[in-house]
Ligand binder design. Sequence first.
Ligand SMILES: NC(=O)c1ccc[n+]([C@@H]2O[C@H](COP(=O)([O-])OP(=O)(O)OC[C@H]3O[C@@H](n4cnc5c(N)ncnc54)[C@H](O)[C@@H]3O)[C@@H](O)[C@H]2O)c1
Length: 258
Amino acid sequence: MSDDIAFEQISYSGQVVVVTGAASGIGRAAAELIATRGAKVICVDLNQSGADETVASILKVGGKAESAVLDISDQKKISDLVSSINNKDKRIDALINCAGYPGPTGKFVEDINWDDFQKVIAVNLFGAIWLTQAVLPIMKRQKYGRIVQVASIAGKEGNPKMAPYNTAKSGLIGFVKGVAKEIATDGITINALAPAVIATPINVNTAKETLDYMISKIPAGRLGEPSEVAEIIAFMGSKACSFTTGFTFDISGGRATY
Ligand SMILES: NC(=O)c1ccc[n+]([C@@H]2O[C@H](COP(=O)([O-])OP(=O)(O)OC[C@H]3O[C@@H](n4cnc5c(N)ncnc54)[C@H](O)[C@@H]3O)[C@@H](O)[C@H]2O)c1
């Protein structure tokens, strides 16, 4: 294979990529990396100023990006945003869904307030489902698409005292497995990613006992970096990821070897 053909597989030149959670952490790192590989990146987040900062950092190095404010637990607003991107840009090549939050930690399941439980499911699971439903008709029309759902090691193994998050992320892994088979002949792949603890602001409010437990489980003996996660996401969202679908990729410093 020539270098040009190999490069073409990981290039995002001419593509429009939607990255949620792009204001911070993994989403920001993924948006910036994918922009350097040629995509126009739509940086979506609840946090407008953070999304604008990501856009500014992409524009500063000559990339293409726009921001959009969205709460991914709002189905109607997801549908409106995806329609407006499609009307303007006429395509969506990849959806990289990094928006999420842990919700209650350090609490036994029976002590978790039901509103808090439902909110975690609404953002981390329903939001992911609604985003997928919104982009699939566009990707089917294009006969091309890549969907990356950032789940968590919590969805594969379960972390104690994080019941809502475990439930949402494991639901997301199951969602990806079945949908992948529905669209396997449409030129679209959908995969999940299960990071262990990554050094981002998401862990700021996590109970110390929960965080210590999660870090102690990582054989590499350190937290992952957002830039390391961005590399695997950039592969999963590219043309190169053409024969793997329904899978949950690992990025856990050796915690999960399956
Ligand atoms: N950092 C970790 O240790 C870790 C481990 C496993 C999985 N994850 C997952 O990775 C993803 C990214 O997390 P991160 O570590 O970069 O955290 P982060 O807090 O740095 O970034 C998450 C982003 O999602 C946004 N967000 C939260 N709720 C939203 C909503 N309802 N609508 C739109 N945007 C919303 C936040 O504003 C924030 O910018 C999350 O899905 C998280 O569950 C993180």
